[in-house]
Design a protein around this ligand. Structure first.
Ligand code: ADP
Ligand code: MG
Length: 351
């Protein structure tokens, strides 16, 4: 049985902020709410936390309907981007705060606090004032503080939003390991798709208060089900096309044969070419094993892991591909022939 179940949850301000959301979350799993600013992520968290009342729908936790249950009685943990640490207290006292409020016995408070300090790697900084810590360290204290009372559910609202990229990448992996170590059930809100893919067991993509798609990170990336999700994941090569009688997709750029086309029921579709599906075609691979497209290189960026190239097709369509870093692609202005792997193609039905 799911630990948390949202049934048709709706919250209306002037406009609906959350509309008809139904979701389940299993114990020990991490759910990411992913969506652009204003899509209703924070409102959904506040409803679950009991800080807002839904206009419709139910929140079931551990088999109980939470209607009328005050926020503090729900015993959920919250961690926000603007973490409200006590700036003049030590790291230790900040983390011990929750168990103290819970009136745990002193030795239990000490045990929980020590355990959290170890888990976030701040044992040697226990006596420091939090005002003297780096941004990343403060974020670890905030995490430890929200975890120390051992909430039944932890909700994190864009917890890494204020940090620089390198630190964010490190901390998001740390957070996942820490939550998993404690078998914590968590809802992690972010507008950053790479953060969601790295942290989540399950991702719920939100758009204007509604759910667009709920899937594992792998499934979401490999099979985005709508244009919104494809765009939000950062896919640039979205080609309008029509299904051909022999089971291909005709686009302005060419005829392609993506996998799983038998599942498609519409004639008019969008073909997504994922950026990693292209390779520079070698002149001697004849007949070409895969579809070949030709265009002019319009930009070339070495990112370390790959060469990101922009390609202008003769039809006027512009595309972007990530090529392996071993072989430098042709320079800007030159023609390039690319092989496209069918496994990197996804068909989205127009809605
Ligand atoms: P997100 O966290 O995804 O950025 P929010 O849940 O904060 O989105 O907001 C969703 C929508 O609800 C926005 O249009 C926002 O302006 C509106 N909204 C949120 N909170 C309130 C409020 N307290 N009063 C009126 N409108 C609100
Ligand atoms: Mg928000």
């Amino acid at each position: 049985m799911a630990l948390l179940e949202l049934r048709n949850l709706t919250k209306i301000y002037e406009q609906p902020a959350v509309k008809g959301i139904s979701l389940t979350l299993e114990r020990g799993r991490i759910l990411c709410l992913l969506g652009p600013s204003g899509s209703g992520k924070t409102t959904l968290l506040r409803l679950v936390a009991g800080l807002e009342q839904p206009d419709e729908g139910q929140i079931i936790f551990d088999g109980k309907d939470l209607e009328g249950v005050a926020p503090h009685r729900r015993q959920f943990g919250l961690m926000f981007q603007e973490f409200a640490l006590f700036p003049h207290k030590s790291v230790y006292d900040n983390i011990a705060f929750g168990p103290q409020v819970q009136k745990k016995p002193p030795d239990e408070i000490q045990r929980l606090t020590q355990e959290m300090l170890e888990l976030v790697g701040l044992t040697d900084k226990a006596g420091r004032n939090v005002a003297d810590l780096s941004g990343g360290e403060r974020q670890r204290v905030a995490l430890a503080r929200s975890l120390a009372p051992r909430p039944g559910l932890l909700m994190l609202d864009e917890p890494l939003g204020a940090l620089d990229r390198a630190l964010r990448e490190r901390l998001m992996l740390e957070i996942r390991v820490i939550l998993k170590t404690l078998n914590m059930t968590a809802i992690f809100v972010t507008h950053d798709q790479s953060e969601a893919l790295a942290v989540a067991d399950k991702i719920a993509v939100m758009n204007r208060g509604r759910l667009e798609q709920v899937d594992s990170p792998e499934k979401l990336y490999l099979h985005p089900q709508s244009m919104f999700v494809a765009r939000f994941l950062g896919f640039k090569n979205l080609l309008p096309g029509n299904i051909t009688p022999d089971g291909g997709v005709q686009t302005d750029v060419g005829l392609f044969y993506p996998p799983l086309l038998s599942d498609v029921t519409q004639n008019s579709v969008t073909l997504v070419l994922r950026p990693e599906c292209a390779r520079v075609a070698s002149p001697d691979s004849s007949p070409a094993p895969m579809p070949v497209i030709s265009g002019r290189v319009s930009s070339r960026l070495f990112t370390g892991q790959s060469y990101r190239i922009g390609v202008d097709m003769s039809s006027g369509v512009k595309m972007v591909f990530d090529l392996p870093n071993e072989t430098p692609p042709p320079a800007v202005g030159r023609q390039v022939d690319l092989n496209l792997k069918p496994s990197g193609m996804v068909v989205i039905e127009s809605s």
